[in-house]
Design a protein around this ligand. Structure first.
Ligand code: G6P
Length: 612
Protein backbone atom coordinates (compact mmCIF):
# COMPACT_ATOMS: atom_id res chain seq x y z
CA UNK A 1 0.00 0.00 0.00
CA UNK A 2 1.23 3.42 -0.96
CA UNK A 3 3.50 3.80 -3.94
CA UNK A 4 6.78 5.65 -3.74
CA UNK A 5 9.04 6.99 -6.47
CA UNK A 6 12.32 8.87 -6.39
CA UNK A 7 14.71 10.21 -9.01
CA UNK A 8 18.18 11.73 -8.95
CA UNK A 9 20.12 12.43 -12.16
CA UNK A 10 20.22 14.88 -15.02
CA UNK A 11 16.66 14.61 -16.34
CA UNK A 12 13.76 16.68 -15.14
CA UNK A 13 12.62 14.71 -12.10
CA UNK A 14 8.93 15.65 -12.09
CA UNK A 15 7.84 13.92 -15.34
CA UNK A 16 9.69 10.75 -14.27
CA UNK A 17 8.03 10.83 -10.85
CA UNK A 18 4.56 11.63 -12.19
CA UNK A 19 4.68 8.77 -14.69
CA UNK A 20 5.95 6.48 -11.95
CA UNK A 21 3.13 7.48 -9.61
CA UNK A 22 0.58 6.69 -12.31
CA UNK A 23 2.09 3.24 -12.66
CA UNK A 24 2.05 2.70 -8.91
CA UNK A 25 -1.42 4.08 -8.39
CA UNK A 26 -2.78 0.54 -7.94
CA UNK A 27 -1.03 0.61 -4.54
CA UNK A 28 -3.22 3.42 -3.22
CA UNK A 29 -4.94 6.44 -4.62
CA UNK A 30 -6.48 8.63 -1.97
CA UNK A 31 -3.91 11.41 -2.30
CA UNK A 32 -0.54 12.01 -3.90
CA UNK A 33 2.33 14.47 -3.86
CA UNK A 34 5.87 15.33 -4.85
CA UNK A 35 8.86 17.08 -3.30
CA UNK A 36 11.31 18.70 -5.70
CA UNK A 37 14.70 20.10 -4.79
CA UNK A 38 16.65 22.71 -6.76
CA UNK A 39 19.31 25.21 -5.68
CA UNK A 40 18.55 24.73 -2.01
CA UNK A 41 14.84 25.28 -2.55
CA UNK A 42 12.64 22.39 -1.42
CA UNK A 43 9.12 22.55 -2.87
CA UNK A 44 6.40 20.17 -1.72
CA UNK A 45 3.14 19.87 -3.63
CA UNK A 46 0.34 17.50 -2.64
CA UNK A 47 -3.31 16.93 -3.34
CA UNK A 48 -6.16 14.77 -2.11
CA UNK A 49 -7.50 12.34 -4.73
CA UNK A 50 -5.99 10.41 -7.59
CA UNK A 51 -2.70 11.26 -9.29
CA UNK A 52 -4.61 12.98 -12.12
CA UNK A 53 -5.71 15.59 -9.57
CA UNK A 54 -2.13 16.25 -8.53
CA UNK A 55 -1.18 16.55 -12.19
CA UNK A 56 -3.82 19.22 -12.72
CA UNK A 57 -2.84 21.02 -9.52
CA UNK A 58 0.77 21.13 -10.71
CA UNK A 59 -0.01 23.13 -13.85
CA UNK A 60 1.88 26.41 -13.58
CA UNK A 61 3.96 25.32 -10.56
CA UNK A 62 7.72 25.43 -10.46
CA UNK A 63 8.71 21.90 -11.43
CA UNK A 64 12.30 22.53 -12.48
CA UNK A 65 14.43 20.01 -10.55
CA UNK A 66 16.73 17.06 -11.20
CA UNK A 67 15.97 15.38 -7.91
CA UNK A 68 12.67 14.59 -6.28
CA UNK A 69 10.43 12.11 -4.52
CA UNK A 70 6.74 11.29 -5.03
CA UNK A 71 4.05 9.31 -3.23
CA UNK A 72 0.60 7.92 -3.86
CA UNK A 73 -1.21 7.12 -0.63
CA UNK A 74 -3.49 4.52 0.89
CA UNK A 75 -4.46 6.07 4.19
CA UNK A 76 -3.56 4.39 7.46
CA UNK A 77 -3.12 7.18 10.03
CA UNK A 78 -5.26 10.19 9.20
CA UNK A 79 -8.08 10.58 6.69
CA UNK A 80 -7.35 11.17 3.00
CA UNK A 81 -6.74 14.92 2.73
CA UNK A 82 -4.24 17.44 1.38
CA UNK A 83 -2.62 17.82 4.79
CA UNK A 84 -2.18 14.10 5.38
CA UNK A 85 -0.83 13.51 1.87
CA UNK A 86 2.91 12.85 1.50
CA UNK A 87 5.60 14.16 1.19
CA UNK A 88 5.88 15.66 4.65
CA UNK A 89 8.20 18.47 5.73
CA UNK A 90 10.12 18.29 8.95
CA UNK A 91 9.41 21.13 11.40
CA UNK A 92 12.48 23.12 10.36
CA UNK A 93 11.47 22.71 6.72
CA UNK A 94 14.85 21.25 5.81
CA UNK A 95 13.91 17.67 5.05
CA UNK A 96 11.06 16.03 3.17
CA UNK A 97 10.01 12.42 3.40
CA UNK A 98 7.65 9.88 1.88
CA UNK A 99 6.73 6.65 3.60
CA UNK A 100 5.03 3.36 2.80
CA UNK A 101 4.18 1.38 5.93
CA UNK A 102 3.11 1.98 9.51
CA UNK A 103 5.16 3.22 12.44
CA UNK A 104 3.55 1.36 15.31
CA UNK A 105 5.14 3.23 18.24
CA UNK A 106 4.46 6.64 16.71
CA UNK A 107 2.16 7.73 19.56
CA UNK A 108 4.90 7.48 22.21
CA UNK A 109 7.44 9.22 20.00
CA UNK A 110 4.91 11.94 19.24
CA UNK A 111 4.24 12.56 22.96
CA UNK A 112 7.96 13.16 23.52
CA UNK A 113 8.23 15.44 20.53
CA UNK A 114 5.17 17.43 21.59
CA UNK A 115 6.76 17.91 25.03
CA UNK A 116 9.78 19.31 23.26
CA UNK A 117 7.56 21.83 21.48
CA UNK A 118 7.09 20.14 18.12
CA UNK A 119 3.87 20.98 16.34
CA UNK A 120 2.35 18.69 13.76
CA UNK A 121 0.59 19.69 10.60
CA UNK A 122 -0.87 16.26 9.83
CA UNK A 123 -2.30 13.21 11.62
CA UNK A 124 0.24 10.85 10.11
CA UNK A 125 2.79 8.53 11.70
CA UNK A 126 5.10 9.61 8.88
CA UNK A 127 5.39 13.19 10.10
CA UNK A 128 6.21 11.82 13.56
CA UNK A 129 9.07 9.72 12.20
CA UNK A 130 10.34 12.64 10.16
CA UNK A 131 10.43 15.02 13.12
CA UNK A 132 11.97 12.30 15.23
CA UNK A 133 14.78 12.15 12.69
CA UNK A 134 15.08 15.95 12.67
CA UNK A 135 15.19 16.02 16.46
CA UNK A 136 17.93 13.39 16.59
CA UNK A 137 19.92 15.27 13.94
CA UNK A 138 19.64 18.53 15.88
CA UNK A 139 20.49 17.05 19.28
CA UNK A 140 23.38 14.93 18.11
CA UNK A 141 24.65 17.44 15.55
CA UNK A 142 25.07 14.51 13.20
CA UNK A 143 24.48 13.88 9.53
CA UNK A 144 21.00 13.11 8.24
CA UNK A 145 22.16 9.62 7.40
CA UNK A 146 23.28 9.00 10.97
CA UNK A 147 20.06 10.46 12.37
CA UNK A 148 17.99 8.18 10.15
CA UNK A 149 19.96 5.17 11.33
CA UNK A 150 19.45 6.05 14.99
CA UNK A 151 15.74 6.71 14.47
CA UNK A 152 15.11 3.48 12.58
CA UNK A 153 16.67 1.47 15.38
CA UNK A 154 14.07 2.92 17.72
CA UNK A 155 10.91 2.56 15.67
CA UNK A 156 8.73 -0.51 15.38
CA UNK A 157 6.51 -1.30 12.43
CA UNK A 158 7.07 -1.30 8.70
CA UNK A 159 8.53 1.28 6.41
CA UNK A 160 10.04 2.14 3.15
CA UNK A 161 11.10 5.77 3.33
CA UNK A 162 12.72 8.17 0.87
CA UNK A 163 14.18 11.39 2.22
CA UNK A 164 15.67 14.45 0.59
CA UNK A 165 17.39 17.31 2.35
CA UNK A 166 17.73 20.97 1.38
CA UNK A 167 21.47 21.03 2.02
CA UNK A 168 22.16 17.89 0.04
CA UNK A 169 21.38 18.84 -3.53
CA UNK A 170 21.64 15.45 -5.27
CA UNK A 171 21.13 12.75 -2.63
CA UNK A 172 18.14 10.61 -1.75
CA UNK A 173 18.39 8.50 1.37
CA UNK A 174 16.16 5.44 1.41
CA UNK A 175 15.55 2.65 3.88
CA UNK A 176 13.24 -0.30 4.14
CA UNK A 177 11.79 -2.78 6.53
CA UNK A 178 8.78 -4.75 5.46
CA UNK A 179 7.80 -2.50 2.54
CA UNK A 180 9.40 -3.00 -0.86
CA UNK A 181 12.06 -0.87 -2.55
CA UNK A 182 13.70 -1.31 -5.94
CA UNK A 183 16.51 0.93 -7.21
CA UNK A 184 17.06 1.23 -10.97
CA UNK A 185 20.59 1.96 -12.10
CA UNK A 186 20.92 4.26 -15.10
CA UNK A 187 23.88 6.12 -16.58
CA UNK A 188 24.49 8.98 -14.20
CA UNK A 189 21.03 8.58 -12.71
CA UNK A 190 19.09 6.42 -10.28
CA UNK A 191 15.39 5.61 -9.99
CA UNK A 192 13.75 4.43 -6.79
CA UNK A 193 10.30 2.84 -6.58
CA UNK A 194 8.02 0.41 -4.76
CA UNK A 195 8.17 -1.91 -7.73
CA UNK A 196 9.92 -2.00 -11.07
CA UNK A 197 7.07 -0.54 -13.14
CA UNK A 198 8.24 3.11 -12.88
CA UNK A 199 11.80 2.01 -13.68
CA UNK A 200 11.48 -0.40 -16.62
CA UNK A 201 11.22 2.41 -19.20
CA UNK A 202 14.68 3.71 -18.29
CA UNK A 203 16.79 0.74 -17.23
CA UNK A 204 16.63 -2.99 -16.66
CA UNK A 205 19.44 -3.07 -14.10
CA UNK A 206 18.00 -3.04 -10.62
CA UNK A 207 18.88 -3.64 -7.01
CA UNK A 208 16.22 -4.98 -4.62
CA UNK A 209 16.91 -3.40 -1.24
CA UNK A 210 16.53 -5.75 1.74
CA UNK A 211 15.04 -5.14 5.17
CA UNK A 212 17.17 -3.08 7.55
CA UNK A 213 19.22 -1.65 4.68
CA UNK A 214 19.84 2.00 4.01
CA UNK A 215 20.60 3.32 0.51
CA UNK A 216 22.45 6.57 -0.12
CA UNK A 217 21.62 7.37 -3.70
CA UNK A 218 23.34 10.02 -5.82
CA UNK A 219 23.28 10.32 -9.64
CA UNK A 220 26.62 8.49 -9.99
CA UNK A 221 26.74 6.47 -6.83
CA UNK A 222 24.68 3.95 -4.92
CA UNK A 223 25.87 3.04 -1.44
CA UNK A 224 24.08 0.37 0.54
CA UNK A 225 24.59 0.01 4.27
CA UNK A 226 23.04 -1.89 7.12
CA UNK A 227 21.74 -0.10 10.18
CA UNK A 228 25.11 -0.76 11.82
CA UNK A 229 26.72 1.55 9.20
CA UNK A 230 28.56 -1.29 7.45
CA UNK A 231 28.70 -1.18 3.68
CA UNK A 232 26.95 -3.92 1.70
CA UNK A 233 27.72 -4.74 -1.93
CA UNK A 234 24.59 -4.06 -4.00
CA UNK A 235 23.41 -7.15 -5.87
CA UNK A 236 22.40 -6.01 -9.34
CA UNK A 237 19.79 -8.08 -11.20
CA UNK A 238 18.25 -7.73 -14.65
CA UNK A 239 14.53 -7.12 -14.96
CA UNK A 240 12.69 -9.69 -17.00
CA UNK A 241 9.76 -7.45 -17.92
CA UNK A 242 8.75 -5.39 -20.96
CA UNK A 243 7.21 -1.92 -20.93
CA UNK A 244 4.21 -3.18 -22.97
CA UNK A 245 3.30 -5.51 -20.10
CA UNK A 246 2.50 -2.57 -17.84
CA UNK A 247 0.52 -0.52 -20.36
CA UNK A 248 -3.14 -0.87 -21.32
CA UNK A 249 -2.43 -1.84 -24.93
CA UNK A 250 -5.67 -0.46 -26.34
CA UNK A 251 -7.97 -1.80 -23.61
CA UNK A 252 -10.14 0.57 -21.63
CA UNK A 253 -9.01 -0.82 -18.27
CA UNK A 254 -6.18 -2.96 -16.94
CA UNK A 255 -8.72 -5.34 -15.48
CA UNK A 256 -10.29 -6.27 -18.82
CA UNK A 257 -6.86 -6.39 -20.46
CA UNK A 258 -5.72 -8.80 -17.77
CA UNK A 259 -8.86 -10.95 -18.10
CA UNK A 260 -8.31 -11.21 -21.84
CA UNK A 261 -4.60 -11.96 -21.40
CA UNK A 262 -5.42 -15.21 -19.61
CA UNK A 263 -5.06 -17.59 -22.56
CA UNK A 264 -1.49 -16.37 -22.98
CA UNK A 265 -0.62 -15.99 -19.28
CA UNK A 266 -1.81 -19.54 -18.56
CA UNK A 267 0.10 -20.72 -21.61
CA UNK A 268 3.24 -18.94 -20.31
CA UNK A 269 2.72 -20.55 -16.93
CA UNK A 270 2.55 -24.05 -18.44
CA UNK A 271 5.29 -23.45 -21.02
CA UNK A 272 8.46 -25.40 -20.42
CA UNK A 273 6.88 -27.14 -17.44
CA UNK A 274 4.13 -29.28 -18.90
CA UNK A 275 4.51 -31.65 -21.81
CA UNK A 276 1.37 -33.75 -22.15
CA UNK A 277 2.71 -35.75 -25.10
CA UNK A 278 5.74 -36.86 -23.15
CA UNK A 279 3.68 -37.21 -20.00
CA UNK A 280 5.99 -34.84 -18.16
CA UNK A 281 5.84 -32.07 -15.62
CA UNK A 282 9.12 -30.36 -14.94
CA UNK A 283 9.11 -27.96 -12.04
CA UNK A 284 12.58 -27.46 -10.70
CA UNK A 285 11.28 -26.03 -7.40
CA UNK A 286 9.34 -29.24 -6.85
CA UNK A 287 11.79 -31.74 -8.33
CA UNK A 288 14.76 -30.40 -6.37
CA UNK A 289 12.82 -30.57 -3.11
CA UNK A 290 10.70 -33.59 -3.76
CA UNK A 291 11.70 -35.35 -0.54
CA UNK A 292 10.40 -32.45 1.54
CA UNK A 293 7.21 -32.14 -0.44
CA UNK A 294 6.37 -35.79 -1.01
CA UNK A 295 7.01 -36.77 2.59
CA UNK A 296 5.27 -33.78 4.14
CA UNK A 297 3.14 -34.80 7.11
CA UNK A 298 0.94 -31.87 6.40
CA UNK A 299 0.81 -28.91 4.05
CA UNK A 300 -0.28 -25.53 5.39
CA UNK A 301 -1.26 -23.01 2.76
CA UNK A 302 -0.92 -19.37 3.81
CA UNK A 303 -2.36 -16.48 1.80
CA UNK A 304 -4.75 -13.54 1.74
CA UNK A 305 -7.64 -12.43 -0.49
CA UNK A 306 -7.90 -14.01 -3.89
CA UNK A 307 -4.68 -15.95 -3.30
CA UNK A 308 -6.37 -17.55 -0.29
CA UNK A 309 -9.16 -18.73 -2.59
CA UNK A 310 -6.53 -20.32 -4.84
CA UNK A 311 -5.27 -22.03 -1.69
CA UNK A 312 -8.73 -23.49 -1.02
CA UNK A 313 -8.85 -24.99 -4.51
CA UNK A 314 -5.33 -26.34 -3.95
CA UNK A 315 -6.43 -27.97 -0.69
CA UNK A 316 -9.02 -30.05 -2.54
CA UNK A 317 -6.60 -30.89 -5.37
CA UNK A 318 -3.59 -31.80 -3.20
CA UNK A 319 -5.63 -33.95 -0.84
CA UNK A 320 -7.23 -35.72 -3.78
CA UNK A 321 -4.08 -36.31 -5.80
CA UNK A 322 -1.28 -36.47 -3.20
CA UNK A 323 -3.17 -37.78 -0.17
CA UNK A 324 -1.40 -35.29 2.08
CA UNK A 325 -3.52 -33.41 4.66
CA UNK A 326 -3.82 -29.72 3.81
CA UNK A 327 -4.89 -26.75 5.89
CA UNK A 328 -5.54 -23.33 4.44
CA UNK A 329 -4.88 -20.35 6.68
CA UNK A 330 -5.49 -16.63 6.42
CA UNK A 331 -2.02 -15.16 6.94
CA UNK A 332 -3.43 -12.49 9.25
CA UNK A 333 -4.83 -15.15 11.59
CA UNK A 334 -1.91 -17.54 11.39
CA UNK A 335 0.63 -14.88 12.37
CA UNK A 336 -1.09 -14.07 15.65
CA UNK A 337 -2.08 -17.58 16.66
CA UNK A 338 0.23 -20.00 18.31
CA UNK A 339 0.07 -22.48 15.45
CA UNK A 340 1.43 -25.98 15.77
CA UNK A 341 4.19 -26.39 13.24
CA UNK A 342 5.99 -29.69 13.26
CA UNK A 343 9.12 -30.86 11.56
CA UNK A 344 7.95 -32.30 8.29
CA UNK A 345 5.29 -29.65 7.72
CA UNK A 346 5.48 -27.79 4.44
CA UNK A 347 4.13 -24.28 4.03
CA UNK A 348 2.86 -23.19 0.64
CA UNK A 349 2.70 -19.40 0.43
CA UNK A 350 0.53 -17.97 -2.33
CA UNK A 351 0.84 -14.33 -3.30
CA UNK A 352 0.50 -12.26 -6.43
CA UNK A 353 2.54 -9.31 -5.24
CA UNK A 354 4.90 -11.22 -3.00
CA UNK A 355 4.70 -8.22 -0.67
CA UNK A 356 1.57 -8.78 1.43
CA UNK A 357 2.63 -7.84 4.94
CA UNK A 358 0.57 -10.44 6.81
CA UNK A 359 1.78 -13.24 4.54
CA UNK A 360 5.40 -12.18 4.96
CA UNK A 361 5.21 -12.16 8.74
CA UNK A 362 3.31 -15.47 8.84
CA UNK A 363 6.04 -17.05 6.71
CA UNK A 364 8.81 -15.65 8.85
CA UNK A 365 7.09 -17.17 11.86
CA UNK A 366 6.73 -20.55 10.16
CA UNK A 367 10.33 -20.43 9.00
CA UNK A 368 11.55 -19.67 12.51
CA UNK A 369 9.72 -22.83 13.57
CA UNK A 370 11.63 -24.87 11.04
CA UNK A 371 8.99 -25.21 8.32
CA UNK A 372 9.96 -25.59 4.68
CA UNK A 373 8.44 -22.79 2.60
CA UNK A 374 7.33 -23.25 -0.99
CA UNK A 375 6.29 -19.96 -2.62
CA UNK A 376 3.77 -19.58 -5.43
CA UNK A 377 4.40 -15.98 -6.33
CA UNK A 378 3.79 -13.77 -9.36
CA UNK A 379 6.15 -10.83 -8.76
CA UNK A 380 9.66 -11.96 -9.55
CA UNK A 381 12.23 -11.04 -6.91
CA UNK A 382 9.58 -9.97 -4.39
CA UNK A 383 9.96 -10.44 -0.64
CA UNK A 384 7.93 -13.66 -0.44
CA UNK A 385 9.83 -15.16 -3.36
CA UNK A 386 13.02 -14.40 -1.46
CA UNK A 387 11.83 -15.72 1.89
CA UNK A 388 10.75 -19.04 0.34
CA UNK A 389 13.08 -22.06 0.38
CA UNK A 390 11.80 -23.05 -3.04
CA UNK A 391 8.90 -22.20 -5.28
CA UNK A 392 7.34 -21.68 -8.66
CA UNK A 393 6.51 -18.36 -10.26
CA UNK A 394 3.08 -17.99 -11.83
CA UNK A 395 4.49 -16.04 -14.81
CA UNK A 396 1.28 -14.07 -15.26
CA UNK A 397 3.21 -10.84 -15.87
CA UNK A 398 2.56 -7.61 -13.98
CA UNK A 399 -1.02 -7.43 -12.69
CA UNK A 400 -2.12 -3.84 -12.30
CA UNK A 401 -5.94 -3.92 -11.98
CA UNK A 402 -6.67 -3.95 -8.27
CA UNK A 403 -8.98 -6.96 -8.57
CA UNK A 404 -6.82 -10.01 -9.15
CA UNK A 405 -7.72 -12.02 -12.27
CA UNK A 406 -4.88 -13.46 -14.32
CA UNK A 407 -2.74 -14.02 -11.22
CA UNK A 408 -5.50 -16.25 -9.79
CA UNK A 409 -5.71 -18.51 -12.85
CA UNK A 410 -1.89 -18.60 -12.94
CA UNK A 411 -1.87 -19.68 -9.28
CA UNK A 412 -4.39 -22.43 -10.01
CA UNK A 413 -2.34 -23.69 -12.96
CA UNK A 414 0.88 -23.73 -10.92
CA UNK A 415 -0.75 -25.41 -7.93
CA UNK A 416 -2.26 -28.05 -10.20
CA UNK A 417 1.17 -28.79 -11.67
CA UNK A 418 2.76 -28.89 -8.23
CA UNK A 419 0.12 -31.39 -7.06
CA UNK A 420 0.50 -33.53 -10.17
CA UNK A 421 4.29 -33.52 -9.87
CA UNK A 422 4.21 -34.54 -6.20
CA UNK A 423 1.53 -37.17 -6.85
CA UNK A 424 3.56 -38.66 -9.70
CA UNK A 425 6.68 -38.94 -7.54
CA UNK A 426 4.68 -40.29 -4.65
CA UNK A 427 2.77 -42.78 -6.74
CA UNK A 428 -0.54 -41.54 -5.41
CA UNK A 429 -2.05 -41.02 -8.87
CA UNK A 430 -2.71 -43.61 -11.58
CA UNK A 431 -0.91 -43.33 -14.91
CA UNK A 432 -4.26 -42.83 -16.67
CA UNK A 433 -5.47 -40.04 -14.41
CA UNK A 434 -2.08 -38.33 -14.63
CA UNK A 435 -2.10 -38.45 -18.44
CA UNK A 436 -5.71 -37.30 -18.56
CA UNK A 437 -5.09 -34.30 -16.31
CA UNK A 438 -1.96 -33.30 -18.22
CA UNK A 439 -3.94 -33.30 -21.45
CA UNK A 440 -6.76 -31.34 -19.87
CA UNK A 441 -4.38 -28.79 -18.39
CA UNK A 442 -2.64 -28.32 -21.72
CA UNK A 443 -5.98 -27.52 -23.38
CA UNK A 444 -6.90 -24.83 -20.82
CA UNK A 445 -5.57 -21.78 -22.76
CA UNK A 446 -7.66 -22.77 -25.78
CA UNK A 447 -10.78 -23.25 -23.64
CA UNK A 448 -10.25 -19.92 -21.90
CA UNK A 449 -10.03 -18.34 -25.33
CA UNK A 450 -13.36 -19.90 -26.25
CA UNK A 451 -14.96 -18.51 -23.07
CA UNK A 452 -13.66 -15.02 -23.76
CA UNK A 453 -15.16 -15.06 -27.27
CA UNK A 454 -18.59 -15.07 -25.60
CA UNK A 455 -17.82 -12.22 -23.18
CA UNK A 456 -20.72 -10.18 -24.62
CA UNK A 457 -23.21 -12.64 -23.16
CA UNK A 458 -21.95 -11.70 -19.71
CA UNK A 459 -22.18 -8.03 -20.55
CA UNK A 460 -25.89 -8.54 -21.25
CA UNK A 461 -26.37 -10.47 -18.00
CA UNK A 462 -24.54 -7.71 -16.11
CA UNK A 463 -26.86 -5.07 -17.59
CA UNK A 464 -29.88 -7.06 -16.43
CA UNK A 465 -28.77 -7.48 -12.82
CA UNK A 466 -26.63 -4.38 -12.21
CA UNK A 467 -29.21 -2.79 -9.91
CA UNK A 468 -29.44 -5.71 -7.49
CA UNK A 469 -28.39 -4.83 -3.97
CA UNK A 470 -27.17 -8.33 -3.06
CA UNK A 471 -25.88 -11.40 -4.85
CA UNK A 472 -25.35 -14.97 -3.70
CA UNK A 473 -22.70 -17.20 -5.28
CA UNK A 474 -23.02 -20.95 -4.79
CA UNK A 475 -20.77 -23.83 -5.78
CA UNK A 476 -19.83 -27.28 -4.53
CA UNK A 477 -16.55 -29.17 -4.37
CA UNK A 478 -13.79 -27.64 -6.48
CA UNK A 479 -16.18 -24.86 -7.45
CA UNK A 480 -16.95 -23.80 -3.88
CA UNK A 481 -13.82 -21.59 -3.66
CA UNK A 482 -14.79 -20.18 -7.06
CA UNK A 483 -18.11 -19.11 -5.54
CA UNK A 484 -16.15 -17.24 -2.85
CA UNK A 485 -13.94 -15.66 -5.49
CA UNK A 486 -16.94 -14.65 -7.63
CA UNK A 487 -18.52 -12.92 -4.63
CA UNK A 488 -15.25 -11.18 -3.72
CA UNK A 489 -14.75 -9.92 -7.30
CA UNK A 490 -18.26 -8.50 -7.45
CA UNK A 491 -17.94 -6.78 -4.07
CA UNK A 492 -14.59 -5.29 -4.94
CA UNK A 493 -15.52 -3.62 -8.18
CA UNK A 494 -19.26 -3.09 -8.16
CA UNK A 495 -19.78 -2.33 -4.44
CA UNK A 496 -22.71 -4.78 -4.47
CA UNK A 497 -22.94 -6.89 -1.35
CA UNK A 498 -22.22 -10.49 -2.31
CA UNK A 499 -21.70 -13.73 -0.43
CA UNK A 500 -20.15 -16.98 -1.55
CA UNK A 501 -21.33 -20.23 0.02
CA UNK A 502 -21.07 -23.96 -0.48
CA UNK A 503 -24.31 -24.66 -2.34
CA UNK A 504 -25.64 -27.13 0.22
CA UNK A 505 -24.74 -24.94 3.21
CA UNK A 506 -26.98 -22.27 1.73
CA UNK A 507 -29.90 -23.97 3.49
CA UNK A 508 -28.36 -23.07 6.84
CA UNK A 509 -28.90 -19.35 6.59
CA UNK A 510 -28.57 -17.57 3.25
CA UNK A 511 -31.76 -19.16 1.92
CA UNK A 512 -33.61 -16.71 4.17
CA UNK A 513 -32.44 -13.93 1.85
CA UNK A 514 -33.92 -15.48 -1.27
CA UNK A 515 -36.78 -13.68 -2.94
CA UNK A 516 -37.56 -12.48 -6.45
CA UNK A 517 -34.97 -9.69 -6.14
CA UNK A 518 -31.97 -11.87 -5.30
CA UNK A 519 -29.70 -13.01 -8.14
CA UNK A 520 -28.08 -16.33 -7.24
CA UNK A 521 -25.06 -17.33 -9.30
CA UNK A 522 -24.56 -21.09 -9.44
CA UNK A 523 -21.29 -22.60 -10.60
CA UNK A 524 -22.88 -25.79 -11.77
CA UNK A 525 -20.52 -27.53 -14.16
CA UNK A 526 -20.84 -31.27 -14.84
CA UNK A 527 -19.04 -33.07 -12.05
CA UNK A 528 -19.62 -35.50 -9.24
CA UNK A 529 -22.00 -33.11 -7.54
CA UNK A 530 -23.99 -32.11 -10.56
CA UNK A 531 -27.29 -33.66 -9.54
CA UNK A 532 -26.93 -32.26 -6.06
CA UNK A 533 -26.40 -28.74 -7.32
CA UNK A 534 -29.40 -29.08 -9.62
CA UNK A 535 -31.44 -29.79 -6.48
CA UNK A 536 -30.02 -26.64 -4.89
CA UNK A 537 -31.00 -24.67 -8.00
CA UNK A 538 -34.54 -26.00 -7.70
CA UNK A 539 -34.63 -24.90 -4.07
CA UNK A 540 -33.75 -21.35 -5.10
CA UNK A 541 -36.17 -21.40 -8.00
CA UNK A 542 -39.00 -22.55 -5.73
CA UNK A 543 -38.40 -19.38 -3.71
CA UNK A 544 -38.40 -17.17 -6.81
CA UNK A 545 -34.67 -16.32 -6.68
CA UNK A 546 -33.15 -15.36 -10.03
CA UNK A 547 -30.72 -18.04 -11.17
CA UNK A 548 -27.64 -17.18 -13.20
CA UNK A 549 -25.62 -20.31 -13.86
CA UNK A 550 -22.21 -21.21 -15.18
CA UNK A 551 -22.72 -24.59 -16.78
CA UNK A 552 -21.01 -27.09 -19.02
CA UNK A 553 -21.80 -26.93 -22.73
CA UNK A 554 -24.70 -29.21 -23.61
CA UNK A 555 -26.21 -29.27 -20.09
CA UNK A 556 -29.89 -28.77 -20.98
CA UNK A 557 -31.16 -29.48 -17.49
CA UNK A 558 -29.31 -26.62 -15.77
CA UNK A 559 -30.00 -24.20 -18.61
CA UNK A 560 -33.73 -24.85 -18.34
CA UNK A 561 -33.87 -24.14 -14.62
CA UNK A 562 -31.80 -20.95 -14.97
CA UNK A 563 -33.03 -17.47 -15.76
CA UNK A 564 -29.69 -16.82 -17.44
CA UNK A 565 -26.74 -19.07 -18.09
CA UNK A 566 -23.27 -19.10 -19.54
CA UNK A 567 -21.64 -22.22 -21.00
CA UNK A 568 -18.04 -23.26 -20.59
CA UNK A 569 -16.26 -26.09 -22.40
CA UNK A 570 -16.25 -29.47 -20.66
CA UNK A 571 -13.20 -30.28 -18.57
CA UNK A 572 -12.08 -32.40 -15.62
CA UNK A 573 -13.60 -31.27 -12.33
CA UNK A 574 -10.15 -30.61 -10.83
CA UNK A 575 -9.38 -28.16 -13.60
CA UNK A 576 -12.85 -26.59 -13.81
CA UNK A 577 -12.06 -23.68 -11.41
CA UNK A 578 -9.58 -22.21 -13.91
CA UNK A 579 -12.43 -21.98 -16.42
CA UNK A 580 -15.43 -21.26 -14.19
CA UNK A 581 -13.85 -18.22 -12.58
CA UNK A 582 -13.47 -16.42 -15.90
CA UNK A 583 -17.19 -15.72 -16.53
CA UNK A 584 -17.39 -14.47 -12.94
CA UNK A 585 -14.48 -12.07 -13.52
CA UNK A 586 -16.25 -10.79 -16.63
CA UNK A 587 -19.60 -10.50 -14.87
CA UNK A 588 -18.06 -8.37 -12.12
CA UNK A 589 -16.18 -6.24 -14.63
CA UNK A 590 -19.29 -5.51 -16.67
CA UNK A 591 -21.44 -4.78 -13.60
CA UNK A 592 -18.73 -2.41 -12.32
CA UNK A 593 -18.56 -0.65 -15.67
CA UNK A 594 -22.35 -0.46 -15.96
CA UNK A 595 -22.39 1.26 -12.55
CA UNK A 596 -19.71 3.74 -13.65
CA UNK A 597 -17.10 2.51 -11.18
CA UNK A 598 -13.39 2.97 -11.77
CA UNK A 599 -12.79 -0.80 -11.80
CA UNK A 600 -9.01 -0.51 -11.83
CA UNK A 601 -9.08 1.60 -8.70
CA UNK A 602 -12.15 0.74 -6.64
CA UNK A 603 -12.65 2.77 -3.48
CA UNK A 604 -10.72 1.90 -0.31
CA UNK A 605 -8.80 -0.98 -1.85
CA UNK A 606 -5.14 -1.35 -2.73
CA UNK A 607 -3.49 -4.02 -4.76
CA UNK A 608 -0.54 -4.64 -2.56
CA UNK A 609 -1.42 -4.68 1.12
CA UNK A 610 1.89 -3.89 2.71
CA UNK A 611 0.43 -2.98 6.08
CA UNK A 612 -1.15 -5.47 8.45
C1 G6P B 1 -5.26 -7.36 -1.87
C2 G6P B 1 -5.60 -7.39 -3.34
C3 G6P B 1 -6.14 -8.76 -3.74
C4 G6P B 1 -5.15 -9.84 -3.34
C5 G6P B 1 -4.77 -9.76 -1.87
C6 G6P B 1 -3.59 -10.67 -1.55
O1 G6P B 1 -6.43 -7.46 -1.13
O2 G6P B 1 -6.55 -6.39 -3.66
O3 G6P B 1 -6.38 -8.80 -5.12
O4 G6P B 1 -5.71 -11.10 -3.61
O5 G6P B 1 -4.36 -8.43 -1.53
O6 G6P B 1 -2.49 -10.19 -2.24
P1 G6P B 1 -1.27 -11.05 -2.76
O7 G6P B 1 -0.43 -10.08 -3.52
O8 G6P B 1 -0.57 -11.58 -1.54
O9 G6P B 1 -1.82 -12.13 -3.61
Amino acid sequence: MCGIVGYTGSRQAYPVILKGLKRLEYRGYDSSGVALLKNGELNVYKKKGKVAELEEFMIGKNIDAQIGIGHTRWATHGEPSDRNAHPHHSANGKIAMIHNGIIENYALIKQDLVKKGYQFTSDTDTEVLLNFIEDIQTNNACSLEEAIRIALKRVTGAYCILIIEKDNPDTIIAARKGSPLVIGIGKGEHFLASDASPIIEYTKEVVYVNDYELAIVKPDELILKNLGNEKITPYVTKLDMELAAIEKGGYEHFMIKEIFEQPSTIFDCLRGRLDAKEGLIKMSGVDENIEHLMNANRIIIIACGTSWHAGLVAEYIIEELCRIPVEVEYASEFRYRNPIINKGDVIIAISQSGETADTIVALEKAKDNGAFIFGVVNAVGSSIARISNAGAYTHAGPEIGVASTKAFTGQLAVLMMVALDIAKHKGSITEEKYAELLNELESVPEKVDAILKNADQLKAIAEKYKSASDFLFLGRGYNFPVALEGALKLKEISYIHAEGYPAAEMKHGPIALVDENLPVVFIATKDLYHEKIISNMQEIKARKGKIISIITEGDNVSSEISNDYFCIPATDELIAPILTVIPLQLLSYYVGIAKGIDVDKPRNLAKSVTVE
